[in-house]
Structure formats: C-alpha cells, structure tokens
Design a protein. Structure first.
Lengths: 294, 259
C-alpha cells in the first residue's frame, strides 16, 4: 500500500510537487506518468524518505517510510539505475546491500539469473555496464530484500524491447502475488499495457488518475476514409467535434455508431471505424500534459 | 527459475524486521572502503608505503636510530598522511557516485550512517597503526641494531601516535562531509594546511600557528610524552580543523536533498 496525501514540495522557489494525492493498492501496478520535469522523481523521493514534503503526508504500508525499521526488507526501491559506484562490481554492489539488510547472500545468484545478468557481467565493474544492464542490476537490487512494495523510477529507460517484455512479466507476477507496484515513466507506451491504474502528473499537479478504462471512457472514436475532405464535411454536417489524428483520419468526440451514421448521411466510404483506444489514451496524455506548454 | 520464486507472501504477512545494528552498518562501511577500485588501490598504496618507510628508516641514519620506536614513527607516517584521503572518500564517494540514493533509502536515519562511517574510520585507522607497528617490529628484528633499548616503546607515545592517526582519519571524514565532493575536498585538505603553514611562517603569526597549525601542534605527540600546554595546542588545532568542518558537514548532510 502506497499513499500520498496532498503532498507539496517547493525547491528553489518553485513548487515542484503541488498537492498530489493518490493511492496504490496491494496487488496492483500503478503507472506514474508525466513529461520530464513534471515532479515524478520528487514525489518518489518523498515516498522513500529521501526528501521531506513541505506539507502533506507520504505513507508506505500505513506509515512514513522513515519509520520502517529495515526498509529494504519491505520496500524495493530503484530511483536511478546510474546511481551505483562505478568502481564496484555488480555482484559486490548486491553483496553490500544484502549484508546491510541482513539478507542471505545465497539469494544473489538467483536474482542475477532472474534479471538476466550472467556470471561474467556480474563480475564486471558497474563502469562497464550499459544503461540496460544498470537497470537490470537496479531491479535485482530492488528485489533483494524480498519486498512487498516496489517503487521504480523510469525502470524501462534503456531497456530493449525484450527487456521491457521481461520486466512487464516480472512486475505482473509480483503484483499477482499481492505485491504493490508504483513505476514512473515519461513514455505512455511503456506503461499503458502494464499498469492497472494510471496517475498522470504535469507541472507538479495530478491532472488525471484512474483505471485505463476510466481514462479511456469517452475518449472518442477513430475514423478514417480515403477521402478525408468528404469525411470532414460529413462530420461537420452532423455537428460532431473532430480533430485530425496522428497518422491519418480523425478523432471524434462521439460513439462509433454516431460517426457511422454521419458518414452514411454524407455518403463517405470509411476504411476504419472504431473506439480510439490506445491512440486516444496517447492523445489524452498529450492533451493533459501539454496544456500549458501549448 | 521464474519470477514467482521471488514473489512476496500475502501482503498481510507481518515482517518483524529489526533495525540493522550500528555494528552491522559499520561492517558494511568498512567493506565499502576496500571493495571499489579506488579504495583498493589507496589501501594497497598505504601498505606499500608503510613497508617502504619502515625499511628506509632502518637503513638511513646511524645505528642509534634503528630502534623500534624510531622505525615505528616512520612506518606510521604514510597512514597519517593518506588516511585523511580515505576518510574524505568514505563520505564524498557516496555523493559523487550518487550511492546516497541507495544508502539513505536503506538507512533513512542519516545520523546512523554518519555514526557508522565514523566508527568504520576509527577502526580502520586503529588497525592501520597496529599493522604499522607489526611491520616496524619485523623490520627492527631484521635490522637487529643490537643496542640497548632496541625494543623499548613508550606506551604513551604509542597512544599519542594512535590518536593522531585516528584524528587525521576523522578530520578527513569531517572535511569530506563539509565539502561533499571528492576532488575539491582532497585538494583543499592538502592545500589549506600548506597555505596555513606558510602563513604561520610569517613572524607575526608564529605564535598563533603553534596553536592552530597541525604540522606544529601535533609534532610533540610523535616525539615525547606531551605536556599540558602541548595538549592544549592539540585541542585548539582540532577545534579549527575538525570541529568546524564537522559541524558544517553534519548540517549539510542532514539538510541536503540527495541524488
């Protein structure tokens, strides 16, 4: 269980996190989405006791993170995969934390297998790691204490497509057995297939949150025709609000049936008609997060 | 092996986790001092220099000087000179390598990390002095000057040497904490005392330097049983070079946003 209650943080005279509240239930994966600089990292740092909110409360497992006696055994944290000592070997980095948390060293080899770092990679110094390897080491580090909560900041950064598929399965398994996952990303496609819930943040404020279905509801219909001008005219004639979609066609604020009826009335041949789905969520993300910038 | 091997138990499972003890945190800090490439080479460098200085002390000069105490004073010098760097790195490497994100996430009470680093530093410095004594004894045995008092070593002088090496280490820690960046802290830890000594050589400031310059005020400790005035000079020097940076450092570490 992860909960923030109206947390606010000012840094250097700027309100970086502004009255942010959300709840992550056990057994679920929540995607924390927003453009770079939106306040995601600062929020995660307040959750993990690295930064104190100016007001509001950040709670993990019912209390402040700092009150956990041995936090690594209950909360797995990966805030920045690059934040490892370059001159330390990968295996040794895990040994240090295992000793600190009092975790049996025998877990380490299994975890290295799990994240796909082989023996020779584990023997290398972190300096020689690619960003993808650092992410894998970071995930192994987060799982080291056998935690029940995972907090991951941009964990997909630097992972190749197989790596992302692997991480998706890993987090899915973790949540299915009752774990709580909060992961941030600035790329919608990284989390939309994975997260049960989304919290979208921009300029320090939560601009939308809910399940994927909730956020998609009413997000409209994607329609395409060979003759786009005729389609536009037909939509206008039916008084439907439409905007050009990325690629081709239009996103219409209406149910597919209405759009089909408008096309029929205008005598336009459609080559695509359906709920806007992912692209709609993308549009939503784009709309919500770039309102002020535009 | 599948992911579910590492799955959690039921979320309601109550972990009665105990806080890691300070002794455990100190052991981890000792480990972190030697398990990186830089840490390993610095320690090896101190060891090699210790042996070299002991051997040189047993060769140069007259036979009169080839006693345990003289060789030990020489052998302990590299530790005295280089452990401040080890102390600085013990603090600053966490900031420059950004491992504070890991350390403070696992140990949220920053004061406990500082105490652990201090304990690790004191233990390490003490062990270095003991190792230097062992090396000095070996070298003395080989040199075998065969003069009276070969093996005599004043317990108080040993204690005083132990103290200045430990203090040098702690000064490094304090310096690192005040500056929180490896290269500037190391450079300043050498340049500031040198510049200070240069200032102290000005006749008008000479009196002041005896009270505030460690190269002067610590010298009696390596030589003879110090008298109260000499101890007072050690105290005033420490107030300037240890307590001031330590206070700045503690304030910065407690307040700083890490990452």
């Amino acid at each position: 269980m992860i909960e923030t209650q109206n947390i606010t943080k000012r840094l250097g005279g700027r309100t970086v996190v502004d009255d942010v509240s959300f709840l992550v239930e056990p057994g679920t994966i929540t995607g924390f989405l927003g453009p770079n600089g939106a306040g995601k990292t600062t929020t995660l740092r307040m959750l993990t006791g690295l930064s104190a909110p100016d007001s509001g409360r950040a709670l993990i497992l019912g209390g402040p993170y700092r009150e956990l006696p041995n936090p690594g055994r209950r909360v797995g944290v990966l805030l920045d995969a690059s934040a490892q000592h370059d001159g330390r070997r990968g295996h040794e980095a895990l040994m240090v934390s295992a000793q600190l948390m009092g975790v049996d060293q025998s877990r380490i080899d299994g975890l290295l297998d799990l994240v796909g770092l082989d023996r020779s990679a584990a023997r290398k110094r972190v300096r020689a790691y690619s960003l993808g390897m650092r992410q894998r080491l970071g995930i192994a580090h987060a799982l080291l204490g056998d935690p029940e909560v995972l907090i991951l900041d941009e964990p997909a950064n630097g992972l190749d497509p197989p790596g992302m598929r692997w991480m998706r399965e890993l987090l899915r398994d973790f949540a299915e057995t009752g774990g709580t996952v909060l992961l941030s990303s600035h790329l919608l496609h990284e989390v939309e297939a994975l997260a049960d819930r989304l919290v979208i943040i921009d300029h320090g404020r939560v601009v939308a949150q809910g399940t994927r279905a909730e956020l998609l509801a009413g997000s409209g219909t994607l329609v395409r025709a060979d003759d786009e001008a005729a389609l536009r005219a037909a939509l206008d004639a039916a008084n439907l609000t439409a905007r050009p979609s990325e690629g081709a066609g239009f996103l219409v604020d209406a149910e597919p049936t209405e759009v089909g009826r408008a096309a029929l009335a205008g005598g336009v041949v459609l080559n695509h008609l359906g709920p806007s789905d992912g692209s709609g969520l993308e549009q939503l993300f784009f709309d919500l997060t770039s309102k002020e910038a535009a | 092996m599948t992911a579910s091997t590492y799955a959690v138990e039921a979320p309601s499972a109550v972990h009665q986790e105990r806080r890691p003890s300070l002794a455990r945190l100190a052991r981890v800090e000792l480990r972190k001092m030697v398990d990186t490439r830089a840490g390993f080479w610095v320690q090896l460098g101190v060891l090699v220099l210790t042996v070299t200085f002991a051997i040189v002390a047993a060769i140069i000069g007259s036979t009169e000087d080839h006693r345990l105490q003289g060789i030990f004073v020489a052998a302990v010098w590299p530790a005295y000179a280089l452990l401040p760097v080890v102390g600085i790195l013990l603090v600053t490497s966490e900031w420059s390598q950004r491992t504070t994100l890991i350390t403070f996430a696992l140990v949220p009470r920053r004061s406990r990390v500082i105490v652990a680093k201090l304990a690790a530093g004191v233990l390490f410095a003490s062990a270095s002095v003991v190792v230097a004594l062992g090396i000095a004894a070996l070298v003395t045995a080989v040199a075998a000057p065969g003069i009276p008092g070969t093996w005599s070593l004043s317990g108080i002088v040993f204690g005083q040497l132990l103290l200045i090496v430990v203090v040098a280490m702690v000064m490094g820690l304090a310096f690192g904490a005040a500056i929180l960046s490896s290269a500037p802290a190391i450079v300043l830890s050498f340049v500031l005392p040198l510049g200070w000594s240069a200032l102290g050589s000005i006749r008008a400031l000479e009196g002041l330097a005896r009270w505030l310059d460690s190269s002067k005020s610590f010298a009696p400790l390596a030589d003879h049983v110090a008298n109260p005035t000499e101890w007072a000079r050690v105290g005033t020097t420490l107030a300037l070079w240890l307590l001031v940076p330590a206070a700045i450092g503690l304030w910065r570490i407690a307040r700083s946003e890490v990452g």
